[in-house]
Design a protein around this ligand. Sequence first.
Ligand code: CP
Length: 307
Amino acid sequence: MTKDWGRKDLLGLEGLGAAEIEALLDEAASFQESPPKNVLAGRTVAFLFSEASTRTRSSFEEAALRLGAEPLSFSAAGSSLAKGETMLDTMKNLEAIGVTHFVVRHERSGVLEDLAPKVAASVVNAGDGWHEHPTQALLDLLTLRELWGGFKGKRVVILGDIRHSRVARSNLFALKKLGAKVTFCGPTPLVPDAFAAIGAQVEHDVEKALKGADAVNVLRLQLERMEQGFVTSLADYALSYQLTQARAALMKPDAPVLHPGPMNRGVEIASEVADGPRSLILKQVSNGVFVRMAVLAACDRGRTAHV
Ligand code: CP
């Protein structure tokens, strides 16, 4: 139980303390052991997704159901958002219908910082632009913590399209708070040296980055966000940065491979690595349900404490 959680929203991990992150991981782990029933009975969760999702949306829906909440069916594309209604008006109208929690994915970075204080419902960030994807990072950390017990002295490589990645930013903030080192690796246009200013070690040579690492989290090339010129070709990228078995073998023995999905097989990761013995990719997905249960429950405690 996250006793000290006083927040109604989870918008990112940058502003959370190490103890808050650990408490969410502890609560998620406790739900694996003994799932609570009806913690969110009488609550209604709306999913406002204006970008595509498989894992995040499905696992949030499953998490809400397992906690006894009612999921509210809502499609951004078929809603009055498409007629120009603002996000805030949409959220206030859904609140009037009885929504107590919003799970939001949006293409604009930081959009929720402005909206969340203006509604009484809990707001959970399911990925905003290039900004943060906090529950993805929490499930990544839960998966690594199961293996390691803790993060002190560990070095995690995040490999790929960091520039466009909310997952990389949330992982960096959380891993550093818990005592790990983080190396961002990829070609300069996708991993600008300026990332050193927010605490990442930046390395453009993939072999150097992976040598002796404790884990690698591989990110997909976000082709839908990419302007011309970030990579010369997918084939060139794969040649220089794809996580192959030979490259994975440069890490510590048994060092795990993570990927938030969806994967571009044969581009940023070889299929034999994605499906191989080091891969924790499907374990990440399973852990996502428990992390999202913990986040929904914790935000509900914060919300009701404010009412
Ligand atoms: N990792 C992740 O956010 O996957 P989806 O886009 O499928 O939700």
